[in-house]
Design a protein around this ligand. Structure first.
Ligand code: SAM
Length: 371
């Protein structure tokens, strides 16, 4: 149960996708004065040393944050994310990588609340220590929140989420980021969201997941689309086509319920760049789609408005996209005519092999990664 350590995966392409979007979600939440609660159901260790044995062993960050580090042509959303990573690395050498709790601490305001859950007995200790250091740093800067700004709980995040909703301020940003080591995680995420939406339909919920061939993963997004949230936005990033040996995590997704209205445009601006810079072969691609719950109503002549119930409609604006890598020929898709133009992804060229998360090993320090 505790074999997953995020330290092996910190800063990889999946973290880049997750954390650059997390930064954007905070920035959106920060636009209103009312404080909000950030809930991290699977917090990990908080901060990761990229020169730790785990990170060095997997080397995953090299093809993630490593490819963005030091670039001067970043689109705005990636520049904001890389700046944040830069604050952890003031010398300019990429040594530390922020986990989602650190991203939240950096982006949320003093009046916002952070509620962090972590089950791993080693990672919870590292997380608590990292949070203690963060709070000491804030205190040194004279930044004192009223009451406890950050709470760390050694508990199951799925249960913890339930207990925290609705939040006192009636504003919440929730990140759900389990290891998906066990198939049941997919079901737990869906069930947790269903319950959360009942308790607090207005919350913003962001879910990271690995795009794999296993059935639970393939059906996951479609299941989330059927949840009773007003709107959803779904983005996937594949940095490579599936490998013949079936190993490696080459593709992951973020599914956001009640997303900021600005996020789709940000993704459309950012994802082509990510594909170009993080792409490892011609299978690199991205996909964006969105939808709404048809809450609405078919006006009937002179009669009451009829609810359409839970019927969902993919937005006609739903899009998919991919970008040709430099030097890569156009695929079969007739719409893929110009470099930079949004296209349908090409059909798989060979039977897709299962992309297994990398083997997770014991971590010495901060943990993680879906390896
Ligand atoms: N969200 C972190 C980030 O972006 O930096 C990474 C989290 S990592 C992918 C998943 C974490 O969830 C692991 O540290 C694992 O120990 C923890 N975990 C697994 N099951 C859990 C559960 N039911 N509740 C809380 N934490 C759990």
């Amino acid at each position: 149960m505790f074999s997953y350590r995020h330290a092996f995966h910190a800063g990889n392409h999946a973290d880049v996708l997750k954390h650059f979007i997390q930064v954007q979600l905070h920035k959106y939440m920060n636009q209103k004065d009312t404080a909000y609660t950030y809930i991290d159901t699977h917090a990990g260790a908080g901060v990761y040393a990229l020169d730790s044995a785990q990170a060095v062993k997997s080397g995953e960050y090299v093809d993630g944050i490593g490819r963005l580090w030091g670039r001067d042509d970043l689109p705005p959303a990636l520049a904001e994310y890389v700046d944040l990573v830069g604050k952890l690395n003031p010398s300019g050498k990429l040594r530390w990588y922020p986990g989602s709790p650190w991203v939240a601490d950096a982006e949320a305001r003093l009046e916002d609340r952070l509620r962090l859950f972590e089950l791993h007995p080693a990672d919870i200790r590292v997380l608590a220590e990292n949070v203690r250091k963060l709070e000491a740093h804030h205190a040194e800067q004279g930044e004192r929140a009223r009451g406890r700004r950050i709470l760390v709980d050694h508990a199951d995040g799925f249960h913890g989420l339930k207990a925290l909703l609705p939040p006192p301020s009636r504003r919440a940003l929730v990140l759900i980021d389990p290891p998906y080591e066990v198939k049941l995680d997919y079901k737990h995420v869906r069930d947790a969201l269903e319950e959360a939406l009942k308790r607090f339909p207005a919350g913003m919920y962001a879910v990271w997941y690995p795009v794999l061939q296993r059935m639970e993963s393939r059906e996951f997004a479609d299941r989330l689309k059927r949840l009773p949230a007003k709107e959803w936005l779904h983005v996937t990033l594949s940095v490579a086509g599936p490998r013949a040996d079936g190993n490696g995590l080459h593709s992951s997704g973020m599914f956001i319920l009640n997303p900021p209205y600005t996020l789709e445009a940000t993704l459309r601006e950012t994802m082509p760049y990510l594909v170009q810079v993080l792409g490892q072969d011609a299978g690199a691609t991205f996909r964006i789609e969105k939808g709404t719950q048809a809450t609405g109503t078919v006006p009937t002549q002179g009669g009451p408005r009829k609810p359409v119930g839970n019927a969902r409609r993919a937005s006609p604006l739903s899009g998919r996209g991919s970008l040709r890598l430099p030097g890569q020929p156009f695929g079969d898709d007739p719409r893929a005519r110009k470099e930079g133009e949004s296209t349908e992804p090409r059909p798989p060229r060979s039977p897709r092999t299962e992309a297994k998360p990398a083997p997770r090993g014991p971590a010495k320090r901060s943990g993680s990664g879906r390896s």
